[in-house]
Every structure is written in C-alpha cells, then in structure tokens.
Design a binder for this molecule. Structure first.
Ligand code: SAM
Length: 259
C-alpha cells in the first residue's frame, strides 16, 4: 500500500513513520510513504503558499493553485506506476469537519492500493480546490490541531497495521478492540506476581477453551462498563447473549443509566 501525503511539513510525516512497526513495514516494502511538499509548487520567489482570507478574519488560508498542482503531480506519478489498470485514487482531506475516524474507516481505506492524504495548515485550504480534488474528509476528533500532519499520521498508522504482513502476527489485528463489538480483554505478562497482584489463574492453565471463554467475558465486562454504546444485543451470538444476561443480572453497574 502506498500513501502520498500532501503537506507543508514533509519531515514531520517522514519522521513520524520511520520508527517501530511502520518503519519496519517500510523497510520490508509492505507500505510506502511519500511526502510531497506543497511549497515546491508555490508561485512566488518567497515560496509563500498562503494568503489572507477574502472577507477578512484571522489567520491565513492555503491557496488553491499549489495544492492543486501538488495533487496533479502525485496523480500523474501514481498513474504512471499503475500503468494500464489506472484507478481513481481517493484523496482524503484531514479536517475537523470530516467523518469521525474509526476502525471501520481504517479497514475501508486499507483496501486501497494508493491513498492521497491532504494536510491543511493555518486556517485551512481554499474551498475551491477542496471541492475539485477531495473525495473523503476525515476528522480524528472534536478538537482543533495546528495542522493535518498528526491526523494523517494517525490515519496511516491505523490503516498500515491492517495491511497483511505489517503486524508480525496477522491474528493480532483481529482479536483487539473495535475488531468486533467489544473492547479488548486485559493482557498480562511476566512476572506472575507484581506488587502483590497475581495473574488470573486461568491464563496459566494452558486450557485454550477456558482461556477463550474468560477473555470473551472480560471483553464484554470492559465494554459494558466503559463503552456501553458499543453493545448491540441483536448482534450477539448465543454464547455472548447468555454471558450478557448473566452480567446484567450480576451487577447493577451494567444496568440502564438512571439519567
Ligand atoms: N479553521 C479550521 C476550522 O475551524 O475547522 C481549523 C484549521 S486547523 C488550525 C489547520 C488544519 O489542521 C486543518 O486544515 C486540518 O487539516 C488540520 N486539523 C486540525 N484539527 C484536525 C482534526 N481534529 N482532524 C483532522 N484534521 C485536523
């Protein structure tokens, strides 16, 4: 999978993906990250790419022509690499006004061969170029950052770990929070006893079926306590529905809110 990031701060992107699992995935050729400097497409000697907003107001706005030309250059490169089978490459604009990012969107994007990520800065980008080239808008949360680089890194991280081979063990992405309806069960490693706290006995038993059941129940408990909005009894298996009813009966903690 190839990411093409349109940004004013390419070093930030390249630094951000150069470590740990993403760094290894790049070295192994499983993903490729290219950062295109929008400033290279500036139309003036000072290399400015922003200007004051029409209509007045605070801050500066990124101009349409450099953004468009950066996108055009990347699109041509992608087209020349794709050869005959050219597909329209999705262009994701990182913006607080976008679709809230989720594991589901990460899964959807992981199916793409190429992805263009557009990072805004200052007060944002001239709307006309957004209307012309952007296919998707994604927000990483209800807060405002100084630029789209951190959001682009968040998206690339979540998407990359779903690309086959990026995680050492392909199962690890299937068994964790948001892969199904539940958050992940608690994890433990050595030492067996830590500050007087023991690892749950069942995890030392070697009994795979009991461990599976214990983890499922722990996942359900955690989700019911921390994110009851994720629970949908209609989607539960028979086994899950049985555990769910027992947990509800067991504790008022999981009951309907008194608001
Ligand atoms: N004036 C814009 C507004 O009120 O929505 C905010 C612009 S912000 C200072 C500069 C850039 O950071 C945005 O164009 C966007 O690319 C990025 N950005 C900031 N917060 C973001 C978020 N929560 N999710 C995704 N991108 C964000």
């Amino acid at each position: 999978m190839r990411f093409h990031v349109l940004t004013l701060f390419p070093e930030m992107i390249l630094q951000g993906v150069s470590h740990s699992i993403l760094g290894r995935a790049i070295a192994d050729g499983l993903i490729r990250v290219e950062a295109v400097n929008i400033r290279d497409f500036s139309h003036n000697k000072q290399l400015h790419v922003d200007d004051a907003p029409f209509g007045g107001g605070a801050g500066m706005v990124m101009q349409a022509p450099p953004v468009y030309e950066a996108w055009e250059a990347v699109s041509q490169k992608i087209a020349s690499e794709q050869g005959e089978g050219i597909r329209k490459t999705r262009v994701v604009f990182m913006t607080p006004a976008g679709r809230p990012f989720s594991q589901e969107i990460a899964r959807e994007l992981a199916a793409e061969e190429d992805l263009i990520l557009l990072c805004g800065h200052y007060e944002g980008i001239d709307q006309r170029v957004i209307d012309e080239i952007v296919t998707d808008e994604i927000s990483i949360g209800d807060y405002v950052l100084t630029g789209g680089e951190l959001p682009a890194l968040v998206v690339m991280d979540a998407v990359s770990r779903l690309v086959p081979g990026v995680l050492g063990n392909d199962d690890s992405a299937e068994d964790e929070s948001f892969s199904g309806m539940y958050l992940e069960y608690p994890q433990f490693t050595r030492p067996r006893e830590y500050h007087g706290r023991e690892v749950p006995e069942v995890l030392l038993s070697g009994h795979h079926e009991n461990i599976r059941k214990w983890r499922l129940e722990q996942s359900m408990r955690t989700t019911m306590r921390k994110r009851p909005d994720l629970i949908d009894p209609a989607r539960m298996s028979k086994e899950e529905a049985k555990i769910y009813r027992r947990l509800l009966a067991e504790s008022e903690e999981y009951g309907p809110s008194s608001e």
